[in-house]
Design a protein around this ligand. Structure first.
Ligand SMILES: Cc1cc2nc3c(=O)[nH]c(=O)nc-3n(C[C@H](O)[C@H](O)[C@H](O)COP(=O)(O)OP(=O)(O)OC[C@H]3O[C@@H](n4cnc5c(N)ncnc54)[C@H](O)[C@@H]3O)c2cc1C
Length: 479
């Protein structure tokens, strides 16, 4: 069989897309520019919804989620805008009520291992330079002139996406106006508080990663209000150990005894969102489609959720059984995921404002927000639902259709999320409701919104729901 889907880029999003597509029975191949795996620490946090999605991928460890959890450091709470009051995940209705701290190179290594075990080929050292498409497929061309043919292409080649450039798509948004420092370090005496903020001196945070390493990050007042040129100049200037020591001394009168700098970088608030996610047979996902300030650890997570949303729809299209509504209708990849990235952009810009407004007013705003979070009421619930990914929904007008279905316990002793597969819908029956023949029928031992049954999409969202007095018929099987 030829290549049904070519994925460009073996970052976390490209590898996740390949894993979901392979599980759906699609002949997928990944093309990666780097000849060797790059060691860029970057993302440290994996949120519950991402783990739930990975739980539907069977793996030698039980599931891909189990593989990641075994390697990471689960912590019960996360932060919003580095505010002192944290958001607890402890009571969330999920099998993963925690933030998993796992450096991105580890996440990528585990994804690569998973793909290798599943027999998915990743071609290293293959850099996309151009592509052309016709009614039957897409021709991709490498930097060295190598040409391949695929039915469809998923461009997951990061912020500077060659796929996006080849499609000639605009990437509108706002340039960086702030540029902070960040680094993974070993410390002799870590700060007493993870997050520290002072409107005259600036901010610094230190979060523990596995292996006795700390992720430090922060801003000084002079790191803000930059022109795009100043921001670009500063981004190119990676801080070394001496500079990190000097910065921390200015911020805290202490360099916390840095003994080793494993990785250092700078992070800005560039915020851009591609104008369309699909152009003919070519899709964009992850950083190729949206970039923003890395605040609250969301980029990798939202990108993996893009991949899960796209994979089952694309698999159905490859097999010729996709209804129009998931190709270009209201449930298409573009229609469902673009609003999510727009919210992500707004949310990270708001966090940037809270993090770098070094004025007495900025302090008052931080105190107010932190106080609201500390009350553990609606504000905390709203932010928790968003950051964890559990409240992300494709529903309209409060409908259950489009809502995430929780990990319901099943009569056979299993759980719903592990029973989901990227190539089929699952009909969950509640109580003793009689249900018709369907590809995959499971029975829940727990009630959900008093329903008789729910048809669950491969990515775990409700496609259709039935109350006890309704006939169970669905047109999701008729294409
Ligand atoms: C400092 C920092 C901290 C962050 N912290 C977090 C966090 O805590 N949590 C979180 O969720 N996110 C975080 N992020 C964001 C996260 O790192 C990105 O959102 C994530 O890496 C996006 O994954 P991706 O697969 O879309 O793109 P990338 O990781 O950029 O991967 C793209 C891949 O495509 C390859 N490629 C590029 N061009 C080509 C080409 N022409 N042909 C073939 N292959 C190509 C690249 O080599 C790369 O392997 C952080 C980012 C930064 C910079």
């Amino acid at each position: 069989m030829g290549i049904e889907v070519a994925v460009i880029g073996a970052g976390p999003v490209g590898m996740a897309a390949a894993a979901f597509l392979h599980q759906a029975g699609v002949a997928v191949r990944v093309f990666e520019a780097n000849p060797e795996r790059a060691w860029q620490s970057r993302a440290t946090t994996i949120h519950p919804r991402t783990l739930e999605l990975f739980d539907s991928l069977p793996d030698e460890h039980g599931s891909l989620a189990a593989r990641l959890v075994a390697a990471g450091n689960p912590v019960p709470a996360t932060h919003f805008a580095a505010l002192p009051n944290r958001l607890s995940y402890a009571g969330l209705d999920t099998s993963f009520p925690f933030v998993l701290l796992l450096p991105q190179p580890e996440t990528e290594r585990l994804l690569a291992e998973h793909l290798a075990e599943q027999g998915v080929v990743v071609e290293p050292g293959w850099k996309l330079a151009d592509l052309t498409q016709d009614e039957q497929g897409v021709t991709i061309v490498s930097e060295t002139g190598d040409t391949r043919r695929a039915g469809y292409v998923v461009g997951a080649d990061g912020a500077h996406s060659a796929t996006r450039h080849a499609l000639g798509l605009a990437f509108p948004g706002t340039p960086a106006s702030t540029m902070g420092f960040l680094a993974d370090v070993r410390l002799e005496r870590p700060p007493a508080q993870p997050h520290n903020w002072d409107y005259e001196r600036g901010s610094y945070s230190a979060l523990p990663l596995p292996g006795g390493i700390y992720r430090i990050f922060g801003h000084e007042p002079g790191d803000t209000g930059l022109t795009p040129e100043e921001a670009a100049r500063r981004q190119a200037q990676i801080p070394d150990e001496a500079e990190l020591r000097a910065t921390l001394k200015r911020l805290a009168d202490d360099d916390f005894g840095i003994t080793e700098v494993l990785w250092a970088s700078r992070a800005g608030d560039t915020t851009r969102h591609v104008e369309q996610y699909r152009t003919g047979r070519v899709f964009l996902a992850g950083d190729a489609a949206h970039v923003h300030l890395p605040a609250g650890g969301q980029g990798l997570n939202v990108g993996v959720q893009d991949a899960a949303n796209l994979a089952w729809k694309l698999a159905a299209e490859v097999r010729g059984r996709a209804p129009r509504r998931i190709i270009d209708g209201p449930q298409s990849y573009d229609a469902e995921r673009r609003p999510i990235a727009a919210r992500l952009a707004a949310n990270t810009l708001a966090q940037a404002a809270l993090m770098v407004t070094f004025t007495p007013g900025g302090k008052a705003l931080r105190d107010l927000m932190s106080d609201l979070i500390g009350r553990d009421g609606d504000t905390a619930d709203e932010l928790r639902g968003w950051l964890s990914g559990l409240d992300i929904s494709y529903a309209e007008d409060g409908s259950l259709v489009g809502r995430r279905v929780p990990n319901l316990p099943l009569a056979d002793g299993g759980t719903l999320h592990r029973a989901l597969r990227p190539d089929r819908f699952t009909l969950v029956a509640f109580g003793t409701a009689t249900v018709p023949e369907f590809d995959e029928v499971v029975r829940s031992t727990r009630d959900w919104h008093g329903l008789a049954a729910v048809l669950v999409r491969p990515d775990g969202y409700a496609a259709e729901v039935w109350t006890t007095d309704e006939n169970l018929t669905t047109d999701w099987t008729e294409h």
